[in-house]
Design a protein around this ligand. Structure first.
Ligand SMILES: [Fe+2]
Length: 591
């Protein structure tokens, strides 16, 4: 039985396919159309999922759509009466969703009547919760979803047991932790969709100097809940929906903070102006207040459910700083965050919601790795290399055995050279986890600057992440609870901070990926070889891209390699080396 999940006409459009309870494929449309956070209809992602399953659209039994226009209808109607522009927008959105069968039929050149699948509508946050719980390793867990807005709610919680979830409560628009984070990020001069990550990185450079004010911006309520101080915001007056200037383009958000925020905290930062102490402190306070509210909610959720484990989803679940402190600040002992915790993950969540909650099928699948996207055969890689501009560039191109390639790449990394590492199936979710990664030496204090100057061109305050052999986690980090999808940041042990300075953030944390041999044998092998050479079982890992969606096809990896100043590129069994000046030995000599 095949279930196709489709997140369409929403940021991070995506698709996923589940066969008899087993996830076969899941991917974001942005990986194909190369538009970051692409919205629109994910026809390329759906096509890939069907190909991966080896079926046609006609063979799909159920289609799960993570949007329910009937959810919170009363509240929506109330807003429609107050804001005619909002009513017009709702009608447009409902029309687009009602048109999904036609859009599908058109994209796959069949008549709507030939699609025999049954359609299911799954409420946004129920799909989020399902995406976290039904693929988690837990038979029972507390569940929390928090994001900007979906189906007119921002937050939902409950508990899961076996193949059922029970919803306990939710928070409706306009109160939203995601919108709080976005609005303050905008106020701090970070206006683009997805900029919240940058502000989270910046937070480590400031002090939470404005807590009193921020406790008015987000107020606690009793139990599981919070309210926004609406004076500081304007999204409740201007309308809740983000707009897409063009369905295929990156989403665009209007300003969500009000003049009152600027009156209270000082003028908003112009995006072109320098980041000063007040902005760093603003970012630190934003983060500290989010954590305060989130932990209070989680403690209340724990008290209500009595569960040891918690599954988190929604955009707020990408807050790795907060996630890393859950074991210290709440009684929860276990955590699971799916790699695509944001809206892309809705495709997986909706599909599993149908499988378990609607069809009542038993649990049979745990998402133990993130590699659900396209993979390419050796022949496809060889063809891409042969057809590329790599030929005639004076590069050394060799085909090597898996073990030798790991050894050679480890030598390159230990020598301070930057390696593009492309192998296997693409990662699901926004993190590169060793299949579409750029890998470098974590021991070099200057490696962050080198990477930024040569490839990534990021703001200096954004950290790079460490990948560590799972078995060595406790040696380097103060916690050793597995973190296979880079969803938690843990403190690096004090005595190890000088040893791995490049992926250690200024606050001493690292947003780590714990790598097991089972989940990713090749990447594990690379880190193992690096440890054999250097004694350090850690590499610096950043996504294989340069201000674009993460590369998907070998052709894109080759183009990115040629465009940037990477020193070597591994494409499956092919190693490509660029001759370059010898690099100084690392300054750290801690053996
Ligand atoms: Fe969401």
């Amino acid at each position: 039985m095949y279930i196709l999940g489709i997140n369409a006409y929403h940021g991070n459009a995506s698709a996923a396919i589940v066969a008899d309870g087993r996830l076969l494929a899941a991917v974001e449309e942005e990986r194909f159309n190369r538009v970051k956070y692409a919205a629109g209809f994910p026809s390329a992602a759906i096509r890939y999922c069907l190909d991966a399953a080896g079926i046609t659209l006609r063979e799909v039994d159920h289609i799960a759509i993570p949007r329910n226009p009937w959810a919170r209808l009363g509240t929506k109607l109330l807003y429609s009466l107050r804001m005619p522009s909002f009513a017009a927008e709702r009608i447009k959105v409902m029309g687009r969703f009602a048109g999904i069968p036609e859009a599908l039929a058109k994209a796959f050149d069949v008549s709507p009547g030939e699609i025999r699948a049954q359609y299911h509508r799954v409420e946004h946050h129920q799909a989020h919760l399902a995406s976290a719980f039904f693929v988690s390793p837990f038979d029972q867990a507390a569940l929390l979803s928090a994001d900007g807005l979906g189906d007119f709610a921002s937050t939902m919680w409950g508990a899961g047991q076996g193949n059922r979830m029970h919803i306990d409560g939710s928070i409706a628009f306009p109160h939203s932790l995601g919108m709080y984070y976005t609005a303050v990020s905008q106020y701090l001069g970070f206006r683009k969709f997805g900029d919240e990550y940058k502000v989270m990185g910046l937070a480590a450079y400031g002090e939470p100097a404005y807590m009193n004010e921020f406790r008015h911006i987000v107020r606690n309520t009793r139990g599981i809940g919070f309210r926004l101080g609406l004076k500081y915001f304007k999204h409740h007056r201007t309308g809740p929906e983000m707009t897409w200037r063009d369905a295929e383009k990156t989403p665009v958000l209007g300003a969500m903070f009000s003049n009152y925020m600027a009156e209270r905290l000082g003028p908003a930062r112009d995006p072109a102006a320098p980041v000063e102490k007040a902005h760093r402190d603003g970012a630190a306070t934003l983060q500290a207040r989010l954590e305060e509210v989130l932990f209070q909610m989680l403690r209340a959720l724990h008290a209500r459910t009595g569960q040891n484990a918690v599954c988190l989803a929604g955009g707020v679940a990408f807050n790795c700083l907060a996630n890393g402190k859950i074991f210290d600040k709440t009684p929860f002992k276990q955590i699971f965050v799916q790699p695509a915790a944001g809206d892309a993950g809705l495709a997986v969540g909706a599909a599993y919601f149908v499988h378990h909650q609607i069809l009542g099928r038993p649990r049979s699948f745990v998402m133990e790795n993130a590699y659900w996207g396209p993979g390419y055969s050796h022949a496809q890689i060889a063809t891409a290399v042969a057809a590329s501009r790599l030929q005639g560039e004076g590069l050394e191109i060799s085909e090597l055995h898996e073990k030798v390639i790991a050894q050679e790449a480890a030598k390159e990394i230990a020598a301070g050279r930057i390696v593009g590492w492309f192998q296997g199936r693409a990662e699901w979710g926004p993190r590169a986890l060793g299949n579409r990664s750029i890998v470098a030496d974590p021991r070099r204090p200057d490696m962050k600057d080198i990477l930024n100057a040569r490839i990534k061109h990021r703001e200096m305050f954004r950290p790079f992440a460490p990948s560590i052999l799972a078995e060595s986690t406790g040696e380097y980090f103060e916690k050793s609870y597995p973190c296979p999808f880079m969803t938690q940041a843990y403190s690096v042990r004090l005595e190890k901070r000088e040893e791995i300075p490049a992926p250690t953030h200024v606050d001493g944390t690292g947003r780590l990926q714990t790598v097991t041999q089972e989940a990713n044998p090749r990447y594990w092998g690379l880190i193992r070889e690096f440890a054999n050479l250097t004694g350090v079982p850690v590499v610096l890992n950043t996504s294989f891209n340069d201000n674009e969606p993460i590369v998907c096809r070998p052709e894109e990896a080759i183009e990115c390699f040629l465009r940037t100043k990477m020193d070597a590129l591994v494409l499956g069994d092919v190693l490509i080396r660029r001759p370059s000046e010898p690099v100084e030995a690392p300054r750290w000599t801690g053996e």
